[in-house]
Design a protein around this ligand. Sequence first.
Ligand code: PTJ
Length: 247
Amino acid sequence: MSEIPKTHSRYASLALRERLVDGFLSGLVAPQGLIAHGRGEMFYYLLGERTTKEARAAARAGAALLLGAEHPVISVNGNVAALCPGDVVRLADATGARIEVGLFHRSDDRLSKIQTVLEEHGAKDVLGFLPDASIPSLEGPRGMCTRDGIFSADVVLVPLEDGDRAEALVSMGKKTIAVDLNPMSRTSRMSTVSIVDEVTHALPELLSCVEDMDGDAEECARALSRYDRDENLRQVMARIGENLAGR
Ligand code: PTJ
């Protein structure tokens, strides 16, 4: 990892980049993951590089979905494994969710490295290496999943998910929680709850909402009834518009 002085005005952003590059060099991140991160950076910049109140409201609704789920699953790809494996494990522990590695650019080597990183952070029974089911309408390796995990899940958290996969999960009747900095992406527009925030901020925010609402069914119902995905995304886009206009 190259040395970035902590005093650099863009330290946080550059440090995330370094984690991605490190993840790429160690075989966790697909080359395409570096490009996807750049796209995310651009949206994050336009959002003012902070967690908005819309993202907080979405995280609260997402936490309510996770707490109400019978069989929640957190789907992990290369970028998420490089950026925040510990946050994934903490959220899985707090919600009883299973963790499944689901890759867009699937390879056994990358899958096994991602599984190892998650285990090093305390994950047990990581699913994904031996797929025994497939997501209908997704051809080839992209559709591979496990029967005990994503296939039978009622709620799936999909950070940085490709639009086709997100759409296919919704078509299976699952509730999905997306984390995606692009409010216009198909993933954001299709998911039951869409958190438009940088993933290393979104997962801790989700965890803090889970801890706050655990056991409080009334508060969970309130968070869900207050959340309107399309309106939330409109407000995020209005924020981007205002930032672009320099207001
Ligand atoms: O590891 P694999 O093989 O599963 O591949 C992972 C990538 C991310 C390459 C794959 O899922 C992919 O191609 O995704 P997309 O279609 O590029 O979508 C990724 C979305 O995540 C884009 O809308 C980005 O804006 C967004 N994004 C990128 N980095 C972040 C992010 N959202 C939140 N936090 C980020 N750090």
